[in-house]
Design a protein around this ligand. Structure first.
Ligand SMILES: [Co+2]
Length: 176
């Protein structure tokens, strides 16, 4: 009987040797039912689209990622409508965006004044339905930095979540 159990566990890829076969089967059923629920959600969190770093010296930071770390680094791209100049570090499925203030009213000017040597500014996670995400997060009392979605640096709708409601991290959601 013991041997039969072991064979069954192996065939069914069951974890937790110390659990009874029955408990394992229940856990698998639970896993199946929760992954089924996931598909009924009105919006889903996807992959990291980018991590944004603010730097006091774009050329120096670009050289760090290109020459020291050996990454694929774009040329400087000014985005005047967003008040930033950016350099993209391509990391396969995701990227780092190096940001430096551009113009008088750059949204990252005060960040650079508080963090003179630069730092991590925000992370951006993709969502499949930004309007449903916003509705849901408002209902869950997560503060948003704008009433509705805005057009982000990639021409797609984005929303920023308040860092005080996200463990001190500014989180951007982008509809991909
Ligand atoms: Co961003």
């Amino acid at each position: 009987m013991r041997q039969l159990n072991a064979i069954l566990r192996h065939i069914l890829h069951l974890p937790f040797k110390n659990l009874t076969l029955n408990a394992c089967m229940q856990m698998q059923q639970f896993h199946c039912s929760t992954s089924h629920l996931k598909h009924n959600k009105l919006w889903n969190l996807g992959k990291i689209n980018h991590i944004a770093l603010v730097t006091p010296d774009l050329d120096k930071s670009a050289a760090l990622y290109r020459d020291v770390l050996g990454g694929r680094v774009s040329n400087k791209q000014p985005l005047p409508e967003h008040g930033v100049t950016t350099v993209f570090v391509e990391l396969g499925d995701t990227k780092i965006e190096l940001l430096h203030p551009l113009g008088e009213k750059s949204p990252i000017q005060s960040f650079l004044e508080r963090n003179k040597s630069g730092g991590m500014h925000h992370i951006c996670i993709e969502v499949d339905n930004i309007h449903e995400a916003i509705k849901d997060l408002k209902a869950k009392n997560i503060r948003l930095l704008s009433e509705g979605p805005r057009t982000g640096a990639h021409g797609k709708p984005v929303i920023f979540l308040h860092p005080k409601d996200c463990d001190g991290v500014l989180v951007e959601l982008e509809e991909a």
